[in-house]
Design a protein around this ligand. Structure first.
Ligand code: FDA
Ligand code: NAD
Length: 426
């Protein structure tokens, strides 16, 4: 049994939703495009899962956050896909791919063939088992990647009101979930191996601001150590977390955010991989001309820095998806993707944005005891990255434009003095 499509999007997350939107803008004929997803729902804005979805009052629920509401575009409900002749093959996992034959095989035994494939399989959370810790699949140990995980986290959180949550990992998931847990009246202790939170991006000074803010909300930090084992009760529920330094922390629930691995396994040995992802060119095309890759799973040339990167952020997934579809549908007009990395987060009343690269020397500016402050990163005499907390829309736009220009700076003291004014006047 089998079906044939001209275009197949494998994966039904953020990149899939934005790709479908672009296909429709390019007048894809009815019946030519399908999306295959192992999730049971149409593509949605994944960032909502660690923010609005976890709110105690009026939480975000589907269909409110289907793509592409995250960039103020229309909301693509299942009805929208139907009206535009796009087949949504949901709750269906692809178990193997044959790029020579241009076919995908689902776990239900169906073969789906394509002329052009867009791989948008995203990533999976790293599991504690991969670090030698067992029973992390206990009922009250939560990971967060998809809607089912988020619903489970809500249920566990609701049954832990007034109790203790241990958050393992000081990255994005750790920081955003810790804030949501506090808002839900759960006591939080964050445990991570680095000297400060958001080790991949923040400087110690930036991290210190957020850690102090979190402490003022009651969050405790245990840094420079990892967990080695769990204590559990007769029902299999975790009751305490044991750390390498010998500490035992009582726990009603645990949230784990220790990084991700891109879902490349279907294509290993068939496509060229780099940086843990599927290597693509500036058109998001892989080493096989019929296969494109976008989102968390793709390693693409970042022109502005002249290297290949894999970005794990929603803006890159959205824009790369649109770019790939333009390259597929209008090959004569296609140009190389020219993307400036952009990351953001919102926690409590705080909100920051980052553009570019965090290499070289960091110059901090603004009021670190107030609400608006930031940093520039200078490498080889040029600004290559910028960060701002508490900015306005215009200030963030100015920061983005300035960073893209990579302006030369020779007087770092003057740059520090000018601070945000430097970006708004460049
Ligand atoms: P995504 O993970 O969105 O989609 C992949 C899809 O493929 C899933 O539906 C998956 O089930 C499916 N799939 C995988 N293998 C399959 C198979 N074999 N068969 C069928 N289906 C398969 N970024 C940011 O910039 N700001 C933010 O605030 C946040 N917040 C945030 C919160 C949370 C909780 C998470 C988990 C992530 C974020 N992110 C983020 C990151 C952002 O969501 C992420 O970069 C994008 O979702 C990537 O989009 P993709 O489409 O590549 O993967
Ligand atoms: P991450 O890479 O941001 O952070 C991983 C953290 O895990 C590290 O900071 C470290 O503290 C910790 N860690 C690593 N090994 C550990 C170990 N053995 N024990 C304990 N801690 C360990 O990954 P994440 O926070 O899991 O986020 C998952 C994905 O979701 C990422 O791709 C991220 O970009 C994405 N995400 C992004 C946002 C955003 O952009 N605002 C929000 C949520 C999630």
């Amino acid at each position: 049994m089998g079906r044939a499509f001209v275009y197949v999007i494998l994966g039904g997350g953020v990149a899939a939703g934005y790709a479908a939107h672009e296909f429709v803008k390019k007048d894809v004929p009815h019946g030519e495009l399908c999306i295959i997803s192992d999730e049971p729902v149409a593509p949605y804005e994944r960032p909502a899962l660690s923010k609005g979805f976890l709110l105690p009052e009026a939480p975000a629920r589907l269909p409110s956050f289907h793509c592409c509401v995250g960039s103020n575009e229309e909301r693509l409900t299942p009805k929208w896909y139907k009206e535009h002749g796009i087949e949504l093959i949901l709750g269906t996992r692809v178990k193997s791919a044959d790029v020579k034959r241009k076919t995908l095989l689902t776990t239900a035994g169906e073969t789906i063939s394509y002329k052009t494939l867009i791989v948008a399989t995203g990533a999976r959370p790293l599991k504690l088992e991969e670090f030698g810790v067992t029973i992390s699949d206990a009922d009250n140990v939560c990971y967060l990647r998809n809607l089912a995980d988020a619903q489970r986290l809500v249920n566990v959180m609701e049954s832990s009101t007034g109790g203790n949550a241990i958050v393992i990992g000081g990255g994005y998931i750790g920081m955003e979930c810790a804030a949501s847990l506090v808002i839900n009246k759960v006591n939080v202790t964050m445990v991570f191996p680095e000297a400060h939170c958001m080790g991949r991006l923040f400087t110690p000074k930036i991290a210190s601001y957020y850690e102090e803010f979190y402490k003022s909300k009651g969050v405790k930090f245990v840094k420079g150590t990892v967990l080695t084992s769990f204590d559990s009760n007769s029902e299999g529920k975790v009751t305490a977390v044991n750390l390498r330094d010998g500490t035992k922390l009582p726990a009603d629930m645990v949230v784990v955010g220790i990084g991700i691995r891109p879902n490349t396994s279907l294509f290993e040995g068939q496509l060229t991989l780099e940086k843990g992802g599927i290597k693509v060119n500036g058109l998001m095309q892989s080493s096989n001309a019929s296969v494109y890759a976008v989102g968390d799973v793709a390693a693409f040339p970042v022109k502005v820095f002249g290297d290949i990167r894999r970005l794990e952020h929603v803006d890159a997934a959205r824009k790369a998806a649109s770019h790939a579809v333009t390259a597929i549908m209008n090959p004569d007009k296609s140009i190389d993707f020219d993307y400036l990395p952009f990351f953001y987060s919102r926690v409590f009343t705080l909100s920051w944005q980052f553009y570019g690269d965090n290499i070289g020397e960091a110059i901090h500016f603004g009021d670190y005891s107030g609400t608006t402050f930031g940093a520039y990163w200078i490498s080889k005499g040029r600004i290559v990255g910028s960060f701002l907390e508490g900015g306005t829309k215009d200030e963030y736009e100015a920061l983005s434009k300035m960073t893209r220009l990579k302006p030369e700076v020779d007087d770092l003291a003057e740059l520090e003095r000018q601070g945000l004014d430097f970006a708004t006047t460049v």
